[in-house]
Structures are given as structure tokens and as C-alpha cells.
Write a protein that binds this ligand. Structure first.
Ligand code: ARG
Length: 262
């Protein structure tokens, strides 16, 4: 149960409760989470994972500059920098010689963050040494508002669980999920807040993020649109994944990203 320790109480409650709910529902034919296709960090050089000092992967993240990683607040809340290692350029978690392991020297979590269901689930890590070989992904601005429209085709990436309650993926996986309208997501989740969140998934379920994917990107039009935040089970019908609405945090994120190395 070390993941509970690693990612903190909230993550454990949200994600493990979600897992229990999902486990109680009869398994559908394909509750494969990230859609089951392998992806490469060569193709997505900005995607990283967060690990503990022992190498245990617990969340995802996105490089916003050579020294800044955007992730979910619930991934790193109550953690100190030395508890988090950023791993870039490694598709296979078991291949510890691949890519880079970089220490973290600063953790910013949104000042209004309390728990993922209440929104503001965004954090920025400052790396101890720059990653120059791996390209950053631009974040969504107000000009990208159109991309939050229903049915925008978006990509999710992560090393999280490949089924509800199952084990996490050894390899980076990707899936395509359409953006869900605010009205529809509101009816799926009474706690949905359209200024802080955006949903993506299929009405029939089947493809979704899952535990361990949190903090990782939802991408469309070459921009970071969302940060994997929460859900109910994984890939269930009418229960899309919920992502932090990056555009809403543009100003605060840019302040953090532009902060020079102290
Ligand atoms: N809270 C989960 C985590 O920390 C992410 C859950 C995403 N769930 C979903 N159905 N999309 O990894």
C-alpha cells in the first residue's frame, strides 16, 4: 500500500474509493484504461512521470519548460521535494537506464487547492537541473477556448492502471478521448465545476485515464488542455475522466513557469 503513502490521503481516498466503486460494477468487455496503445516519449517528449526515491511511479506530469513540470496538486500535496523524482524520456518504467531521473527542488500547489473534487488541482514542480533534451508542451491560453468544445479529439498519456483496480502499466500508454460538454459532465458529476475542470471520454466508456495517470496531460491542438485529476472508477459509461481546466489557470501557471531558478 505504498502508493497511498506516496501520493497522500486525498489521492488514496479519491482513487481507491473510485476503484472500489468500479470493482462493484460488472466488468465490461474492455475496461482497458488508457486505450491500450503504446506510446513513446520520443513522440511525446514533454510527458514525464513522478516517482518516489525508490523509483515507484505514482503520477504523471508535463514539461512546461526545461525546469518546470505541471502536474496535479493531489499528486504532490504534503510532499517535500526530496520525495519526488521526475523521470523523462523513459517509456518502460523497468528500463532504469533509459531517459533521465531529475531531482525536484521546489513544489508549488495552487493556493486554493484542498481536494481534487473541489478543483484547482494543479501544481508546478521546479527541477534541480534543467532537462534540455526533452521538449516542453505549450499550455492552453484563452485563444484555445474553442478546444474545450464538445467532441474535440484529445489525447491522454500515462503509466497508470490499465483496468479499474488493476496494476499500473509498465509502458507509456496513450488514448484518444473526446471532450465532453459542461452540461453533460455536470449531469454525470454534481461536483463538476466548469471553470476549474473539463471532462473527456466516451458515453459508452471503455477508454479513460485511471489511477496513476493523475497529473498527466490531456492534449489537443498541440496544447496542454487538461491535467488528469479524478473520475469515478475508470472507463465506466457516462463517467468521463475529469481534468483540471488548464486555460483557467493560465496566469498563475505562467507566473510559476516564468519564475527563474532561484
Ligand atoms: N485520481 C487518479 C490518480 O490519482 C486519477 C483518476 C482518473 N480517473 C479517471 N477515471 N479518469 O491517478
Amino acid at each position: 500500500m505504498r502508493d497511498k503513502l506516496r501520493v497522500g490521503r486525498l489521492l488514496a481516498v479519491v482513487c481507491l474509493l473510485a476503484g472500489l466503486v468500479a470493482a462493484a460494477v460488472p466488468a465490461s468487455a474492455d475496461v482497458r484504461i488508457v486505450g491500450g496503445t503504446r506510446a513513446s516519449t520520443q513522440q511525446y517528449p514533454f510527458v514525464v512521470y513522478l516517482a518516489g526515491p525508490d523509483g515507484f511511479q505514482f503520477c504523471g506530469g508535463t514539461l512546461a519548460s526545461s525546469i518546470k513540470v505541471i502536474t496535479a496538486a493531489h499528486c504532490v500535496k504534503n510532499q517535500v521535494p526530496k520525495d519526488v523524482i521526475v523521470v523523462a524520456g523513459r517509456d518502460d518504467k523497468k528500463n532504469r537506464s533509459e531517459g533521465l531521473e531529475v531531482a525536484v527542488k521546489g513544489i508549488w500547489t495552487h493556493t486554493k487547492y484542498s481536494d481534487a473534487l473541489a478543483g484547482h488541482d494543479v501544481a508546478v514542480l521546479t527541477l534541480a537541473t534543467p532537462i534540455t533534451a526533452y521538449k516542453a508542451l505549450p499550455i492552453a491560453t484563452s485563444n484555445d477556448d474553442f478546444a474545450y468544445a464538445e467532441n474535440t479529439d484529445a489525447t491522454i498519456l500515462g503509466w497508470g492502471r490499465t483496468s479499474s483496480g488493476g496494476s499500473t502499466s509498465q509502458y507509456l500508454l496513450q488514448a484518444q478521448v473526446p471532450v465532453v460538454s459542461d452540461e453533460s459532465c455536470q449531469s454525470s458529476f454534481p461536483k463538476y465545476n466548469s471553470s476549474a475542470m473539463v471532462c473527456a471520454g466516451y458515453p459508452q466508456g471503455g477508454i479513460d485515464g485511471c489511477q496513476g495517470d493523475s497529473g498527466g496531460p490531456l492534449i489537443a491542438h498541440g496544447r496542454l488542455l487538461g491535467i488528469s485529476s479524478w473520475g469515478e472508477g475508470c472507463a465506466l459509461p457516462n463517467k468521463p475522466g475529469v481534468y483540471t481546466r488548464v486555460m483557467s489557470y493560465y496566469t498563475e501557471l505562467m507566473q510559476q513557469i516564468k519564475k527563474p531558478m532561484p
